[in-house]
Design a protein around this ligand. Structure first.
Ligand code: UTP
Length: 473
């Protein structure tokens, strides 16, 4: 063997037995290149060739050991214990998953949960906006005309972010399948969104393409639900459902959670994943093919969301900006919503979890909250803006949430209090890639009826009241 090795005999046969065909092809080209470089530089070509052939030899020798080593390095011994208990098929699946996880990133994200975010106040300024209720008749007319033209020309698309977990609501199923108790017989949140699109079709004579983003967790259920309900009468040819990216969930001690399928439990990585998922899923390319110029992105859980607001669209066109958003005034300084501001000269939304108390309460000379324009997930983008953002990397925030998991005895634990961190990028973190944003202040009673919590504020009860009041039922 030693002789054969030193002389490179039978080397290809030997190496190919230790790796996949794909890696073997790569290995052969590396070895040939190494020989070329060596010869060109007056070094022993045979030795370089052997080194090239052997450079990946251990990569696939023992994937299990490699997985165990990573888990040990990152203090995830409970997963090693799980791995040892699994049959070979399940082991393989778990190992494959472990190989895909960036453990270093997970450790950093976990460590960040212990850090406090601080903003230098001097760099934060309030952001200018227009109040829809105070627009002049001419302004209204001008904006509406500009906006309507885009919709009528078939250049407008709508994206619904439906990849969230809806943990606070506790509805057993995707949030869009939640039935709001309105009209006596009730309406599903997806149905309410479809109403928007149907109304636009009537007004502008156009079927607007609708893209729905799901998570891996809720995708099948979402598709089944919409199929079963015949897309609530909307033309299925105009509906595209795509899934978003995911990240593992981690407990308060930094241990990865285990799911019912005996794999590491993962969840969608926040609504900021919308942009890159639009690109990765091919939806962005599809929009371009359809000639879309403006894209609306909104949440699934606002019963008063206006997905086709031509005033907002026209205002964005008039102000010659790439992004626009509708806001409503914060109900009180501590309402759990993000607020608009300008940070270091760029538009930004600060999440309620990250806004220092002092700033949350600050008022201007008119006694109005200085940072009172809340972000209600009602955003507009040019197609170029989506393209630009989809290539950027957004930061992750941590959300402390209730997530069930499988414990070391194989039992499912369903927590009653938040027990783990979900890492999410936020849709609005992309605003800072732009110099400006057009903000249109809407009205809470017209535009914002969120279904977030099981009861109390922003619950089905408050959303029902707001919805019925708006539609005068
Ligand atoms: P929220 O941030 O309110 O989260 O979502 P959620 O997951 O629905 O609810 P909780 O916090 O677990 O109770 C706001 C919007 O962003 C979408 C949601 O579906 C909703 O439309 N979203 C959120 C995603 O599409 N993907 C995500 O990863 C997170």
């Amino acid at each position: 063997y030693t002789y054969a090795f030193q002389n490179g005999l039978y080397l290809e046969n030997f190496v190919s037995g230790y790796m996949s065909e794909k890696r073997f092809k790569h290995t052969c080209s590396v070895a040939k290149l190494a020989r070329e470089f060596a010869v060109a530089n007056g070094i022993d070509g045979k030795k370089a060739y052997i080194a090239g052939m052997l450079h990946d030899i251990a990569k696939e020798m023992d994937k299990k050991q490699e997985a165990i080593d990573i888990l040990k390095e990152y203090d995830q011994e409970h997963i090693i214990r799980l791995l040892e208990k699994l049959d070979s098929k399940k082991q393989e699946e778990l190992i494959e998953q472990i190989q895909k996880i960036d453990f270093h990133q997970m450790l950093e994200l976990y460590n960040n949960t212990k850090r406090k975010i601080e903003f230098k106040e001097s760099k934060i300024e309030p952001l200018k906006y227009l109040d829809k209720a105070k627009l002049t008749e001419q302004q209204h007319e001008k904006f509406d005309k500009l906006g309507a033209k885009v919709v009528e020309n078939g250049q407008y698309a709508v994206v619904t972010m439906a990849g969230g977990q809806g943990t606070r609501l506790g509805h057993p199923g995707p949030k869009g399948t939640f039935k709001l108790d309105v009209y006596g017989k009730g309406k599903y949140l997806f149905e309410i969104l479809v109403d928007n699109l149907k109304e636009a079709k009537q007004k502008y004579g156009v079927t607007i393409p609708w893209y729905i983003m799901t998570s891996k967790e809720n995708h099948d259920e979402t598709v089944d639900f919409l199929e079963k309900n015949n897309y609530f009468g909307y033309d299925k040819k105009y509906v595209t459902i795509f899934t978003q990216s995911e990240l593992p969930l981690i407990d308060e001690q930094g241990k990865l959670l285990i799911g019912k399928d005996l794999k590491i439990k993962e969840a969608s990585d926040g609504n900021g994943g919308t942009y890159s998922s639009l690109r990765a899923s091919g939806c962005l390319a599809d929009m371009k093919k359809r000639g879309i110029k403006w894209v609306f992105i909104g949440s699934v859980d606002n019963a008063l969301l206006k997905m086709v607001d031509v005033t907002l669209l026209g205002m964005a066109i008039d102000q010659n900006v790439q992004i626009a958003s509708k806001s409503v005034v914060k109900a009180n300084p501590h309402e759990k919503v993000g607020v608009f501001c300008k940070m270091n000269g760029h538009p930004k939304v600060i999440e309620y979890t990250e806004l220092p108390e002092k700033m949350a309460e600050e008022v201007d000379e008119n006694g109005e909250l200085k940072y009172g324009e809340s972000h209600i997930m009602c955003n507009l983008y040019t197609i170029d803006a989506i393209e630009k953002i989809s290539k950027e990397i957004l930061m992750y925030h941590s959300a402390h949430k209730k997530n069930s998991y499988i414990d070391e005895n194989g039992k499912e634990v369903v927590p009653t209090e938040p027990n783990s961190y979900k890492f999410e990028s936020f849709i609005f973190d992309a605003f800072e890639f732009f110099d400006d944003i057009a903000i249109l202040r809407g009205k809470r009673e017209d535009d914002f009826a969120p279904v977030k919590n099981k009861e109390g504020v922003d619950s089905p009860k408050t959303a029902k009241e707001l919805y019925e009041k708006f539609w005068n039922c």
